[in-house]
Design a binder for this molecule. Structure first.
Ligand code: ADP
Ligand code: MG
Length: 457
């Protein structure tokens, strides 16, 4: 069949038909049906997704089947690109967005959502435009900008270090995203040091160093995150050293990050240390209050949540050392207000944040599940069984939703509480309840009551 001349809708439905043969129906319903063909230009079909999370997820778990289908002759050279398209999706987008955090911290990031699946693993949401500059990060930001304007010409390597949640990973991706925009052909690879380690192990096990070398030695820009991971791993250090020599000799740029300066990484070989400090070493410090406020304002703008200035100020005053936690507090406060249908006042905010600080542990998952089971008059065993009466299905989905809403748990962990259900079942439940809750006020009240029971004692 010749697909040339088809409309974007027709083309997408052909691809969906192909996917149906290789991907299970639940996954199609969860991940592919929400996508909309937006445009078809120059052999690229652009699909709109409800949020970044969808794009990352599809790319992580379904890029193989997609690639396989697109390689069929009738799709000659068709490329697929994704774009976040909020219109029409608002009701599910909000809370699913929160899941990004959980999923990216539990599984290595494997995606470049900027364009076709080119394997650079850059996350478009980490860019220079949304990086807030303050005294604490001005130097590192300027160095990152300089490197992305003149790779391998100014500071090579660039070494950025700083504590957890201060923007190291963000800056790495920003360098990559910027360079890629300027020069789409440039070969970039972002990887946590841990992944490089796994690749190395694999190449040793398979006695095939070609794969490893092909993957890492032909790059124009290597973005190597969290290299304190090299601590105590001599073989890995050795290989990084050689890789680094090679790339530098070829005039290629490397950027490293670490939680501390090179000299303070124990057991790091002297010659590697001296290599790492031979370019520019700069640090990220904890942000001052003005920067924290600016970050919160920016984040609420990006997420489309309106939060009163005194609340922003309160959060900024109370969370000082970790930008991820700073943003997490904002999400948590606004999530709590929407979950319980209460207006977001300073009082609520104080309460939620004091929970966050005094009692950092979220409620135990067992407690959440038990409360939901009691509320729906079913037993814990029934809830965790495979039985599928209407009440049980609803109770189970609500319990999954609450496990997620109360924070902390990954999709995988939630699935494990329900007899090892897979990610897509869990996310399907969360999306469904999020959606239903907006239309069905009695469900929304039920959830409010259960929430109160869980947090009440
Ligand atoms: P690290 O890698 O140092 O642990 P990340 O780069 O993952 O930290 O940053 C944690 C979170 O804080 C991310 O969501 C990131 O976008 C955000 N962030 C960090 N620094 C800034 C900044 N200066 N402006 C805006 N957001 C920031
Ligand atoms: Mg990081």
């Amino acid at each position: 069949m010749d697909l040339v001349g088809l409309t974007k809708e027709k083309l997408w439905s052909e691809i969906m038909a192909g996917l149906l043969e290789v991907v299970n129906k639940d996954a199609i319903a969860t991940w592919f049906e929400p996508l909309r063909p937006i445009s078809l230009d120059d052999g690229t079909l652009v699909l709109g997704a409800p949020n970044q999370f969808f794009i990352e997820w599809i790319s992580e778990y379904y890029s193989n089947p997609l690639t396989r289908i697109l390689s069929k002759p009738e799709f000659s050279k068709l490329k697929i690109d994704f774009k976040v398209e909020k219109d029409g999706f608002e009701n599910i987008a909000e809370e699913v967005d929160e899941i990004i955090e959980a999923s990216t911290t539990t599984s290595p990031i494997k995606f470049n959502g900027n364009g076709p699946l080119d394997g650079s693993r850059l996350l478009p949401r980490y860019n220079f435009d949304n990086f807030i500059i303050g005294e604490s990060n001005r130097f590192a930001f300027a160095a990152a900008r300089a490197v992305s304007d003149a790779p391998a010409r100014v500071y090579n390597p660039l070494f950025i270090y700083g504590g957890v949640g201060l923007g190291k990973t963000h800056l790495l991706h920003a360098i990559g995203n910027h360079l890629k925009k300027v020069n789409p052909k440039i070969k970039i690879y972002y990887t946590p040091a841990e992944q490089l380690f796994l690749d190395l192990i694999q190449s040793i096990q398979e006695r095939n160093t070609m794969l490893f070398n092909n993957k890492y030695r032909n790059l124009d820009l290597l973005l190597l995150d969290d290299i304190h991971y090299l601590k105590g791993k001599e073989r890995l250090q050795e290989d990084v050293f050689h890789l680094f020599n090679h790339l530098q000799n070829m005039g290629k740029q490397i950027v490293f990050t670490s939680d501390r300066p090179p000299k303070e990484i124990p057991t790091l070989e002297e010659r590697l240390v001296s290599r790492l400090v031979s370019g520019l070493v700069c640090d990220l410090k904890p942000p001052d209050i003005e920067t924290r406020i600016a970050i919160l304002n920016n984040k609420s703008k990006i997420d489309g949540i309106s939060v009163a200035p005194e609340i922003i100020f309160f959060i900024a005053e109370n969370i000082k050392t970790n930008i991820r936690e700073l943003e997490g507090a904002l999400i948590r406060v606004s999530g709590y207000a929407s979950l319980t249908n209460t207006p977001l006042t300073l009082e609520t905010c104080k309460q939620v944040l004091s929970d966050l600080q005094i009692n950092k542990e979220p409620p135990k998952p067992v407690k959440i599940i038990e409360t939901a089971a009691n509320y729906y008059n079913v037993t814990l065993e029934q809830l965790q069984s495979k039985e599928r009466t209407a009440t049980l299905v609803l109770a189970r989905q609500v319990a999954m939703y609450l496990l997620r809403a109360f924070g902390g748990m990954s999709l995988k962990e939630i699935g494990a509480y329900f007899g090892g259900k897979d990610h897509s079942t869990v996310i399907h439940a969360i999306v469904k309840i999020t959606d239903l809750k907006k239309q069905d006020s009695s469900l929304s009240q039920d959830i409010h009551k259960i929430t109160m029971l869980i947090s009440g004692g």
